[in-house]
Design a protein around this ligand. Structure first.
Ligand code: PLP
Length: 374
């Protein structure tokens, strides 16, 4: 395999034979000739040239046979789950899922006659206890949102192999620069490409990577659900991924510096960052990640979290994550606002908790901004 930076730039580029331009041409058609082809080409079939080429780039980054792009992370997630689960089947989900995934699971699966359990904690023994005869899928998300908890990827994959389950990971927070789950025997890795893969807070997209057999099953379901991405945005996403490794390396570096400084600050309580030796799963994170990512969260002490966010000048208070610009949000007021007080306590979501998505600015400037807001 080529190095990550080279793969980011070159994998899956469409050759421009007409002018030898360096960029992939954008194929905008929705109507394609059919007489000389085995299979009709159509955007919703996920087989137009730009979609296929970007799939190759994703596959190269995730070290998979096949990759695929969608119009959102949720389009990818729903296509995967409905591709592998049918009436009478059972699935296991880890706790601390992304809100949209949690909603899809709890609001929709039952209507399809699909049973599920959400694990009480993310220990492998807890997963194991939930396996039944009809279990087909195990689904994890690590690092998790917003407390950056770590699930053991290798142990999950091994359990899946033993029990004959399809293992699925939401790899959004780590990005393929920091974590390559298929090298640890996971079957399907997925992304909200809206976050790090897109990286500029201007594209909504999703991505998956897996082997050929699973790809064909997922693509077949995806063609019915219809969550395909248009060629223009596919091109924009391709362009973004060319700088993915550069961006994520800088974000890893910045987040590491900020996490350390924040954990020494008198106005800050707990800091959640898998790169900190004080993180309860630091050793596990080290064993499965090559970088610890750009996401961290921390609790303010005796500082009003809303006032604090309003005072920030460089860091925008905004939902979503993974962009060039640093953004901050209060999980209690955004992703987790619908939880009851009791559920918030159980999930560890307190009012003074803030989640920071560290961008590619200079770490010193970010520290200065945080300092003046305390
Ligand atoms: C944002 C997000 C999703 C959903 O992706 P969309 O692109 O918003 O559909 C799924 N998982 C994680 C971890 C996310 O952060």
């Amino acid at each position: 395999m080529k190095s990550l930076k080279t793969t980011c730039v070159h994998a899956g580029t469409i050759r421009d034979d007409k002018t030898m331009g360096v960029n992939s041409p954008i194929y905008t058609s929705t109507a394609y000739g059919y007489l000389d082809f085995d299979e009709a080409v159509y955007p919703r079939y996920y087989n137009i040239p730009n979609t296929v080429a970007l799939g190759e780039k994703i596959a190269a980054l995730e070290q998979a046979e096949r990759g695929m792009v969608f119009s959102s992370g949720m389009a990818a997630i729903s296509s995967i789950l409905l591709a592998f689960l049918q009436k009478g089947d059972h699935a296991i989900f880890q706790t601390g899922l992304y809100g949209g995934t949690f909603h899809f699971v709890t609001a929709e699966l039952e209507r399809f006659g699909i049973e599920y359990d959400i694990a009480a904690d993310n220990d492998i023994s807890s997963f194991k206890n939930l396996v039944r005869d009809n279990t087909r899928v195990i689904y994890i998300e690590t690092p998790s949102n917003p407390l950056l908890k770590i699930t053991d990827i290798r142990a999950t994959a091994e359990l899946a192999r033993e029990a004959g389950l399809i293992s699925v990971i939401d790899n959004t927070f780590a990005s393929p620069i920091n974590q390559v789950p298929l090298t640890m025997d996971i079957d399907i890795s997925l992304h909200s490409a809206t976050k790090y893969l897109g990286g500029h807070s201007d594209i909504c997209a999703g991505a998956i990577a897996c082997n050929e057999e699973n790809f064909l099953k997922i693509r077949s379901m995806a063609r019915s659900l219809g969550g395909s991405l248009n060629a223009q945005d596919v091109y924009l996403l391709e362009r973004s991924i060319k700088t993915l490794a550069l961006r994520v390396e800088q974000q890893n570096l910045n987040a590491g510096i900020l996490a350390e400084k924040l954990s020494e600050h008198k106005a800050v309580g707990r800091v959640h960052y898998p790169g900190l030796p004080s993180h309860p799963d630091h050793e596990l994170a080290k064993s499965q990640m090559t970088g610890f990512g750009g996401m961290l969260s921390f609790e303010l002490k005796d500082v009003d979290p809303v006032e604090f966010q309003r005072k920030l000048k460089l860091i925008s208070s905004a939902v979503s994550l993974g962009g060039l610009d640093s953004t901050i949000c209060s999980p209690a007021l955004t992703s987790h606002r619908h939880l009851t007080a009791e559920e918030k306590v159980r999930e560890g979501i307190t009012d003074p908790l803030l989640r920071l998505s560290v961008g590619v600015e200079d770490a010193e400037d970010l520290l200065e901004d945080l300092e003046q807001a305390f």
